[in-house]
Design a protein around this ligand. Structure first.
Ligand SMILES: [Zn+2]
Ligand SMILES: [Zn+2]
Length: 261
């Protein structure tokens, strides 16, 4: 199995070589290093970039040299990839950066909802029921645009809002169907994301209702642990292996990836 979604010290993860060593001991055949990258001319992402330092556009060449060194020290495949923030208004900037950087593949993520980080429950605690339903609809609309843009090989953690208690459990079958139809017509594939799989409120993205509809549509999935630390790679790898066996998911590579054996 390959793990196509994990982070290193080039964004908010642990040193690259330690992540590779963890992948070796977990028995993975390969990993894709997908550090966060925010490219936007809008104000809020600009300030996020400044505070979090998700500036892979400035450091990817240095990271690429690091990945080349690390490849000489391991038997497993190590891919040079990215997790880009997606917002419909940023498409032109994202496209030109991806053309320039020429990663092995790219993951796209909707992390922002109505100018807020979708993963922080307190950002949504003052909203009415109707307001929360509307926010979930906005999220789904951004995700559908991400899929239709075909900017990315992989769409990350499709129902990320399910982590966020005020927003969880509000998505409808009709929204799930729209997501599935968007994948029917796109080169982009979703991932099985284990980023919250081993917590108290255990969540694998996509949640069962959405997963079932996507499988009915014959949609393929990549596998991504979304690990930021070595112990996460070690714990999530066997979990993901079991999960895909149990659900009958046949994992695929990111569509644009050329594997090195
Ligand atoms: Zn993400
Ligand atoms: Zn991630």
């Amino acid at each position: 199995m390959h793990d196509f979604h994990l982070h290193s010290n080039y964004s908010d993860g642990t040193f690259l070589l330690q992540m590779v060593r963890a992948a070796e001991s977990a028995g993975l055949g390969g990993i894709g290093v997908t550090d966060h990258c925010t490219i936007s001319t809008r104000d809020r992402p600009q300030s996020m970039r400044a505070t979090h330092g998700f500036n892979l556009d400035l450091t990817y060449e240095r990271r690429r040299r690091g990945i080349e060194r690390v490849r000489e020290q391991t038997e497993i495949a190590v891919y040079d990839a990215v997790e880009m923030d997606y917002h419909p208004d940023d498409e032109a900037e994202i496209r030109s950066f991806l053309d320039e950087a020429n990663f092995d593949y790219a993951i796209g993520s909707v992390h922002e909802l109505a100018g807020r980080n979708v993963q922080v429950p307190s950002h949504f605690s003052d909203e009415s029921d109707a307001g929360l339903d509307d926010l979930v609809e906005q999220y789904v609309e951004s995700l559908v645009q991400l899929i239709e843009s075909e900017l990315f090989d992989v769409a990350a953690h499709l129902d990320l809002f399910e982590r966020t208690s005020p927003l969880a459990g509000r998505a409808t079958i009709d929204q799930y169907e729209r997501i599935a139809r968007a994948f029917d017509d796109s080169r982009t594939v979703p991932e099985i994301n284990a980023g919250r799989a081993l917590r108290d409120r255990a969540i694998v993205h996509p949640r069962p209702g959405l997963l079932e509809i996507l499988l009915d549509h014959g949609v393929a999935f990549t596998i991504g642990s979304d690990s930021h630390a070595p112990a996460e790679v070690e714990n999530r790898t066997p979990f993901l292996q079991e999960f895909v066996d149990e659900k009958g998911v046949t994992p695929v590579d990111p569509p644009g990836l050329e594997r090195v054996e």
